[in-house]
Ligand binder design. Structure first.
Ligand code: CA
Ligand code: CA
Ligand code: CA
Length: 338
């Protein structure tokens, strides 16, 4: 399997020099001063991939950037941000309000202090009386992806300038049906989502769900899903489907989290163990699972939509976004699993 590491793809390096730097969640008119800039330790060279794909070595950017450290008080608990070297990315883009990220989940606490105003569209496909997050899962996902950055409150999202769609497809006990999820996915892409995060695993395949995944791809959006938390090779859906990016979970030492599923059908790994993010009622806390690894990749995808160009001229960016995600991966050894 491959794990996400921040080794800027060459295509991004080229783009950087043409972009105006936009940093953090600051409002218009804020300038980055030297007081805000902290120099991080040098970007580590990625190890030689275990695979024979030497082209990955070309993607390594051994250049040290000056990096803004946001003032969010819980930032130091967000080890995954530095693991993925997202702060370096923020020098290029911190997202864009035009990029909508749909969160297909248990709802979102839209009034949370670090998310208030983030959700620009919502729909409730469940029998719950609220699109809020009673179960306490979707809010955590929302925080990882898009919590306000550098606002002196809470945490920093991966793509703090992006905006969210709250697509509640899982009920207040966390359950979700394939047909409901499929309807939610189609609604999200029809209403402008560029990135669709599905931190939901279904054990049985569903043609309706696969059709929805293929529809997302045909419309130029990306769909990213959790690889599941059984610690096995058994596929889960929609992650297993070809047009869905399946994400397994790693720990801070880059090893696979014991709970994470794995296997050839998994596309990438990302941090998903002891992940600190928002919880309902202005709360914060740690959670572990491939759900949260998926959220990190979705945040990264939201950033990448602002960076990539339509190099193959098909009028869509999702193929370039997916390639950028997968090309910045390196092989990771999974001890005990081959
Ligand atoms: Ca914040
Ligand atoms: Ca897949
Ligand atoms: Ca394209």
């Amino acid at each position: 399997m491959k794990t996400l590491k921040f080794t800027l793809p060459v295509l991004i390096v080229v783009v950087i020099s043409h972009l105006i730097i936009s940093i953090g969640g600051l409002g218009a008119g804020n300038l980055v001063t030297s007081d805000n800039i902290v120099r991080l330790s040098p970007v580590a060279q990625a190890e030689t991939p275990a695979s024979s794909d030497d082209s990955l070595a070309d993607a390594v950017l051994p250049v040290q950037f000056e990096t803004l450290i946001p003032n969010d008080p819980h930032l130091e608990k967000q080890w995954a941000l530095s693991q993925l070297q997202i702060p370096e990315f923020w020098q290029t883009t911190s997202g864009d309000s035009e990029i909508l990220v749909a969160i297909l989940d248990t709802g979102i606490d839209q009034d949370h202090e670090d998310l208030d105003g983030k959700v620009v569209a919502e729909i409730n496909f469940t029998d719950s009386p609220t699109s809020g997050d009673i179960y306490g899962h979707g809010t955590h996902i929302a925080g990882i992806i898009a919590a306000y950055s550098n606002n002196g409150v809470g945490i920093a999202g991966v793509a703090p300038e992006s905006q969210l769609m709250n697509v509640k497809v899982a009920g207040d006990s966390g359950g979700c049906q394939a047909s409901t999820l499929a309807r939610g996915i189609i609604w999200a892409v029809d209403n402008g989502a560029s990135v669709i995060n599905v931190s939901i695993e279904l054990k049985e395949p569903s043609p309706e769900l696969e059709d929805a995944v293929n529809y997302v791809w045909s419309k130029g959006a990306v769909i990213i899903a959790a690889a599941g938390n059984e610690g096995s090779e058994s596929p889960v859906y929609p992650a297993y489907y070809e047009n869905c990016i399946a994400v397994a979970a790693t720990r801070q030492d880059d090893t696979l989290a014991p709970l994470s599923n794995y296997g050839d059908w998994v596309d990438v790994t990302a941090p998903g163990f002891n992940i600190y993010s928002a919880l309902p009622d202005n709360g914060y806390g740690y959670k572990s699972g491939t759900s949260f690894a998926s959220a990190y990749v979705s945040g990264l995808a939201a950033l990448l939509f602002n960076v990539v160009t339509d190099t193959n001229g098909d009028g869509k960016l999702n193929d370039e976004v997916r390639a950028a995600i997968e090309n910045r991966c390196q092989q990771v050894g999974i001890s005990g699993t081959g």
